[in-house]
Design a protein around this ligand. Structure first.
Ligand SMILES: [Fe+2]
Length: 456
C-alpha cells in the first residue's frame, strides 16, 4: 500500500465502476476462520482487474477475490465481487485499498472481529428496506452509535426480495459516502453487517413471476455452516421457475443457496445463531433441532448466546399472531441458555419478561401457541439485573409503517409476557462488557426510549 493514512472510506473511482461500494460482511468464516471478514462490492458486468490489499499494523496482505455475475432478465446484469480478509488480529483496525487495473478506486477501513476478551457493541433493527425517510433516519442514528456489529432482523427489502428492490429501496440508504438524517449513512461500509432472511426477502420463490427475486442469496456472504446443504432437504427454500432460470439463479448464488439461510458465528464473548423462521421450515424436524442443540452446546463457554430470526415467537401486536412457529424451539433456547432472541416482522419495538418453559416443557403445538407462559417478573433490567429465562425482543421498527400505535402506554392491551411495548421507529444499541450487557433503544431522532441491563 502506498499510504497508511487512509482513515475513512473514500470513493475515488468514477461512480459507475462501484455501483455498491465495499460492504463489510462475515464471509464464510466457517472456511476462513473466526478472525476473517468479507468485503463485498458491486460493479457493472464488465471485465475488471481488481486487486485488494489490506493492512493491520505493519502486515500487508493481498485478498483472495471472487465474483459472480447476476443476470436475471429483469435487471441490468452486474457483478458481485467479494474479497476474503483472513488471519486478522482481533479488534484491530484494518486499512484497505482497492485497485482496478492498477488505479486506486476505493480506500476504506474496518475493525477485525473482536476476541472473547474484548468488549464490543452491536446494533439491531429490521423491516427496513422501504425507501422511506424513516429508514434514512434509522441508518443515520445507527451509524452515529458506531457499533462493531449490525444485525438486520429480516425484511431487508420490500416487497419480494428482488435485486431491483435492493437497488431502489436499500443500498442508497445504507451505503452513502456521507451521513445525513434525511438521506442515510455509510453504515454498511463502516460496520460489519449480518443479514437475516425475512418473509419479504425469500418467501417469494417463483422465479417466473420475479426472475430477480431471492437476492438475499446473491448479496449476503455469510458463514456456510447451517444444517441445510441441499435444495429439497426439509427446511430448505425451494424455488420454482423454468429450468433456465433456476440454473442461472443457482450459478449466481453459488453455495450461498440454500445453505445461507441458517448460520452461526462468534463475535466477542458472544455466540449468534441466525435462523430462517419462514413457515416452510418445520422446526419439529429432528435434524434441524439437533443442529440447533449442537450449535448452542458448542457455545456453552461463551458468556452470551444470542439468537436472531424474523418472525417473533412472542409479541403483543394484533398482526401476525398466527405465526408463532418458532415457539417450537423455545425449549432448546432454554436448555442452551440463550440470553436474548432478536426478531423483526412486527413493526415496532417490544421486549418480554424473561420467559420460562415451566409447564410448557414438552407441550404440544396447541399448548405452545397459548400465551399463558411463565415469566420472571422480578427481573426489571434496572435494579434486578439477573433474568431467569429467555428475553425476546421485537426489533422491527427500521422503516416500515408501524403496528398498533394504540398499544403505546396501554399495558392492559399487552400479552401477559410483555414488559415493554413502543410502537415508534427505533433500533437497539447494545454494549457488552464482560458479564454486563446494556441494551438501549434509540429512536430515529437519537433519543433513548428504553434501557435494560443484564449482569451475569
Ligand atoms: Fe416480515
Amino acid at each position: 500500500m502506498t499510504s497508511l493514512s487512509l482513515l475513512c472510506s473514500v470513493a475515488i473511482a468514477p461512480a459507475n465502476i462501484l455501483t455498491v461500494p465495499p460492504c463489510i460482511q462475515l464471509g464464510n468464516q466457517a472456511a476462513n476462520g473466526r478472525y476473517s471478514l468479507a468485503l463485498v462490492w458491486h460493479t457493472p458486468n464488465n471485465p475488471y482487474t481488481f486487486e485488494l490489499k489490506y493492512q493491520q499494523g505493519t502486515s500487508t496482505k493481498t485478498a483472495k477475490l471472487d465474483f459472480k455475475t447476476i443476470s436475471p432478465e429483469t435487471v441490468e446484469p452486474h457483478r458481485v465481487y467479494s474479497a476474503a480478509l483472513t488471519g486478522l488480529k482481533p479488534g484491530d483496525k484494518i486499512q484497505y485499498e482497492l485497485r482496478e487495473s492498477g488505479s486506486v478506486v476505493y480506500t476504506g477501513t474496518a475493525i477485525a472481529p473482536k476476541s472473547d476478551r474484548q468488549d464490543h457493541t452491536f446494533a439491531v433493527f429490521g423491516d427496513c428496506g422501504t425507501a422511506s425517510l424513516v429508514q434514512a433516519q434509522i441508518s443515520y442514528q445507527a451509524s452515529r452509535t458506531n457499533p462493531d456489529l449490525l444485525v438486520l432482523t429480516g425484511d431487508i427489502v420490500y416487497d419480494n426480495g428482488r435485486v431491483s428492490e435492493y437497488k431502489s429501496e436499500f443500498w442508497p440508504y445504507h451505503t452513502r459516502s456521507d451521513a445525513w438524517p434525511s438521506k442515510g449513512s455509510p453504515l454498511l461500509t463502516q460496520t460489519l453487517t449480518v443479514g437475516i432472511p425475512g418473509n419479504h426477502d425469500i418467501l417469494m420463490r417463483d422465479l417466473n413471476r420475479f426472475p430477480d427475486a431471492q437476492a438475499f442469496f446473491y448479496y449476503w456472504h455469510q458463514p456456510l455452516n447451517g444444517p441445510i446443504t441441499q435444495v429439497g432437504e426439509p427446511g430448505s427454500t425451494v424455488l420454482t421457475g423454468t429450468p433456465e432460470r433456476l440454473a442461472a439463479f443457482q450459478k449466481a448464488a453459488g453455495p450461498n443457496y440454500p445453505r445461507g439461510a441458517n448460520f452461526s458465528f462468534d463475535y466477542g464473548n458472544a455466540h449468534w445463531t441466525c435462523l430462517d423462521a419462514n413457515p416452510y421450515v418445520d422446526w419439529t424436524n429432528p435434524k434441524l433441532r439437533q443442529w440447533l442443540k449442537d450449535d448452542l452446546a458448542k457455545a456453552a463457554k461463551k458468556t452470551w448466546r444470542f439468537v436472531s430470526y424474523h418472525q417473533p415467537s412472542f409479541h403483543s401486536s394484533t398482526t401476525h399472531q398466527g405465526e408463532k412457529q418458532m415457539r417450537l424451539i423455545q425449549e432448546i433456547f432454554e436448555e442452551g441458555k440463550v440470553d436474548i432472541v432478536f426478531c423483526g416482522h412486527v413493526h415496532n419495538y417490544q421486549r418480554t419478561f424473561p420467559i420460562q418453559m415451566g409447564a410448557k416443557k414438552g407441550a404440544t403445538r396447541e399448548e405452545l401457541v397459548k400465551d399463558d407462559w411463565a415469566v420472571d417478573k422480578q427481573f426489571d433490567g434496572v435494579k434486578n439485573l439477573k433474568p431467569n429465562g429467555v428475553i425476546h425482543i421485537v426489533d422491527g421498527a427500521g422503516g416500515r409503517g408501524l403496528y398498533n400505535v394504540d398499544f403505546n402506554g396501554a399495558p392492559e392491551k399487552w400479552k401477559p409476557f410483555q414488559a415493554t411495548y413502543i410502537a415508534d421507529h427505533n433500533f437497539s444499541h447494545v454494549t457488552v462488557k464482560g458479564k454486563r450487557l446494556v441494551l438501549k433503544q434509540i429512536s430515529r431522532t437519537g433519543t433513548e426510549v428504553d434501557r435494560m441491563t443484564i449482569q451475569k
